[in-house]
Design a protein around this ligand. Structure first.
Ligand code: NAD
Length: 270
C-alpha cells in the first residue's frame, strides 16, 4: 500500500484553514501532521489555541514552520500573498513541497513564485475545485468557437469578507479566454463599465464583482452575440470542494519534481 502523504495546513484558523483541516482528517491518503497559525490570531472567533481540537490526532499546533517542519512534507497554504511568499521561500530552503491556494498576487509576486518553483515543487491555483477547472476547459472551447465575434463578460460574487477583487478565479477565466484568442489580458480587461456611454468594444473582456453575505463563490462567463448568448456558470456552495481539491493536489505533488504546476495538471485535464 502507498504511504500517506504528511501535510501541514498554514493559516489554520482561517475560513479555508479550518475547512482544510476537516478535509485532511477525512482523506484516507493524507496525514495531517501540523496546523500552523499566527500567534494570537483570533480571526473569525477562533484563537490559535482553540485549534487544540485537532491535537487528538497527534498534530503539531504551532505558529512556527521551523517547529512544524519534522511533521510534514507538503505545506498547504491559503493565507495572504505576502505570507504565502514567505512560506514558499521557507519551503524552498527546507526541501518541502507547497500547495498555494491564496489569491490576489500582483505581477511581480507571481514572478517570484515562478522563480522559487525552479527549486521547489509548487501547485499554484486560484481555484482548486474540480468543477471550476472543468469550466476552464469549457471556456477554452467556447472561446475558440465564439470568442472572436461575441461580447465577453465575466461576473463573480463572493462573501463580504473577501479581500481581493475581481477574484483570482475570474482573472484565471479571463486569462484562459485571452490566451485562446491570442490577446493579452492586461491590455483587454475592463473592470466595471459604470458610466459607460457609446458602443462596447468587442475586443475587451469585462469583469464585474459582487460582494455580499456568505456567498462561497459564484462565477458566470457570458459570450453574447446579437440574437443569442452562451452563459457558463459555476457555483460553489461549500468550501469543502476547494479543500478536497487541495488534498488531491498535495497527494499528487508529493510525487513530482520541482516546478510550477496548476490544477489542470493535477486533475489530468491538460
Ligand atoms: P482568512 O482571512 O479567513 O484566513 C487566512 C488565515 O491565514 C488567517 O487565519 C490568518 O491569520 C492566516 N495567516 C496569514 N498569514 C499567516 C502567517 N504568516 N502564518 C500563519 N498564518 C497566517 O481567508 P480565507 O477566506 O481562508 O482565504 C485565504 C486565501 O485563500 C484567500 O486568498 C482566498 O482568496 C483564497 N481562496 C482560494 C481558494 C482556492 O480554491 N484556491 C478557495 C477559497 C479561498
Amino acid at each position: 500500500m502507498t504511504a500517506k502523504v504528511r501535510v501541514a495546513v498554514v493559516g489554520a484558523s482561517g475560513r479555508m484553514g479550518r475547512t482544510l483541516i476537516e478535509a485532511a482528517k477525512q482523506h484516507e491518503m493524507i496525514y495531517l501532521g501540523a496546523a500552523v497559525e499566527r500567534k494570537g490570531s483570533t480571526l473569525i472567533g477562533v484563537d490559535a489555541g482553540e485549534l487544540a481540537g485537532v491535537g487528538t490526532m497527534n498534530v503539531a499546533i504551532t505558529d512556527s514552520l521551523d517547529i512544524a517542519s519534522e511533521h510534514f512534507d507538503v505545506l498547504i497554504d491559503f493565507t495572504s500573498p505576502e505570507s504565502s511568499l514567505v512560506h514558499l521561500e521557507w519551503c524552498s530552503k527546507n526541501n518541502k513541497a507547497i500547495v498555494i491556494g491564496t489569491t490576489g498576487f500582483n505581477h511581480a509576486q507571481k514572478e517570484m513564485i515562478n522563480a522559487f518553483a525552479e527549486q521547489t515543487p509548487v501547485v499554484f491555483a486560484p481555484n482548486m475545485s474540480v468543477g471550476v477547472n472543468l469550466t476552464l476547459k469549457l471556456l477554452e472551447l467556447t472561446a475558440k468557437v465564439m470568442g472572436d465575434y461575441t461580447d465577453i463578460e465575466i461576473t463573480e460574487g463572493h462573501h463580504r469578507f473577501k479581500k481581493d477583487a475581481p477574484s483570482g478565479t475570474a482573472l484565471k477565466m479571463g486569462e484562459v479566454i485571452a490566451d485562446t484568442l491570442g490577446r493579452d489580458l492586461e491590455e483587454c480587461a475592463v473592470y466595471g463599465r459604470e458610466g459607460m456611454t457609446g458602443e462596447r468594444d468587442r475586443n475587451t473582456i469585462g469583469f464585474s464583482t459582487i460582494r455580499a453575505g456568505d456567498i462561497v463563490g459564484d462565477h458566470t462567463v457570458m459570450f453574447a452575440d446579437i440574437g443569442e448568448r452562451v452563459e457558463i456558470t459555476h457555483k460553489a456552495t461549500s468550501r469543502m470542494t476547494f479543500a478536497n481539491g487541495a488534498m488531491r493536489a498535495a497527494y499528487w505533488l508529493s510525487d513530482q519534481d520541482s516546478g510550477l504546476y496548476d490544477m489542470q495538471q493535477v486533475l489530468g485535464l491538460n
